[in-house]
Design a protein around this ligand. Structure first.
Ligand code: GRG
Length: 336
């Protein structure tokens, strides 16, 4: 089914909503700001720049909801555990914006644009240091897990870099990359909620599986929207991945079609695109089956995430976990 219009539905309700969501979000924001305070006011300002600018805080939100599946509130240590994940996410954004030479993020100037690349790299390192300190205060399991996760992010990112502008990039490479760069941090956020929330080992494993599957949905949705939305809908330039030579699932699925559209796309890709070539490439991706087939794959991960919740007790937190992956995928609204 060719899709004429696949866009982001910005009206979607917040993900992982539980009765304590507003209060938990305040606790998360306060702990984030506290985590980056240092005796050097200049470094504190740079390190808190994107925290003040906003962001969804999905990773610590997931940790707090994962900890609450038996009905008990999330402790301050659970909040801090989630914050350690968000600081890793933030540090990776600082570094990513340097690599991409990005100018804006969360509606404000990036750290590299405002202060320079050297400051952005050092402040990103500082965020990782603060994340590691918090994780260490929560025990060796959490510290080791966070260290491994930082490594997985780097592995995922280098896998992506290795295949830029490569039209022969495999789906295996795509899955390995998005698992490392995005899904693993969601898996870790959910796992930390389980560990610090003192759940049993089976529950901790299921929460990890949930987080990993949710993270795969998250990145596939992000990649679909990058290919199908307009700049106005995204609030940032559309088609960024194609411009950077990052061939994501909708593009790989279009290239795999046995059709003249696939051949036409292959002829265009493989090198940086001018504006007309970019429009043409995006229009081929948008008008063929690659997008619908990527949505089907995202739906497989939605089902995996929901199935991971099978043994959880019937509480508002479990209901929030079960509904979030589908709600996220539904934010890609399709009109033929
Ligand atoms: C320094 C830890 C570290 C890693 C180095 C740069 C890098 C390797 C990894 C970057 C990986 C990356 C940018 C993944 C994309 C993740 C993603 C989809 C970010 C958007 O997340 P949202 O939507 O953003 O949660 P907000 O602004 O809401 O937090």
């Amino acid at each position: 089914m060719p899709l004429e219009n696949v866009t982001s539905n910005s009206q979607a309700s917040p993900l992982f909503a539980v009765p304590s969501s507003a209060a938990d979000r305040e606790r998360i924001d306060a702990a984030m700001l506290e985590a980056v305070v240092t005796s050097d006011a200049y470094l504190t300002e740079i390190a808190s720049h994107l925290i003040v600018a906003g962001g969804k805080r999905l990773r610590p939100v997931l940790s707090t909801v994962a900890a609450q599946i038996h009905g008990a509130p999330a402790t301050d240590d659970v909040v801090r555990g989630g914050v350690s994940c968000e600081l890793v996410h933030l540090g990776s954004l600082y570094h990513d914006d340097v690599m991409d030479e990005a100018d804006t993020r969360r509606g404000v100037e990036t750290v590299n644009a405002k202060w320079g690349n050297l400051q952005a790299i050092l402040a990103g390192d500082f965020l990782l240091a603060r994340a590691s300190g918090i994780a260490a205060s929560l025990g060796t399991d959490v510290a080791g897990l966070l260290a491994s996760t930082i490594g997985w992010l780097c592995e995922g990112q280098i896998e992506e870099l290795r295949y830029t502008y490569d039209v022969a990039r495999t789906e295996e490479s795509y899955y390995a990359s998005i698992h490392g760069k995005t899904a693993s941090l969601y898996g870790t956020a959910a796992r930390i909620g389980g560990i610090v929330g003192r759940h049993d080992l089976d529950t901790i494993e299921s929460l990890t599986e949930f987080g990993n599957a949710f993270g795969m949905v998250f990145q596939i949705v992000d990649d679909i929207l990058d290919a199908t939305s307009t700049e106005a809908q995204l609030g940032k330039p559309a088609g960024h991945d194609l411009v950077e030579g990052v061939y994501t699932l909708p593009v790989l699925r279009t290239l795999a079609l046995d059709s003249s559209a696939a051949d036409e796309l292959r002829d265009l890709l493989g090198a940086p695109l001018d504006a007309a070539q970019q429009d043409k490439a995006l229009s081929i991706v948008r008008s063929n089956e690659g997008v619908a087939s990527s949505i089907e794959t995202a739906n497989d991960y939605v089902e995996r995430a929901v199935a991971a919740c099978d043994g959880f007790p019937d509480t508002p937190a479990t209901a929030a976990l079960r509904s979030a992956p589908g709600a996220l995928l539904a934010s890609v609204s399709v009109s033929a």
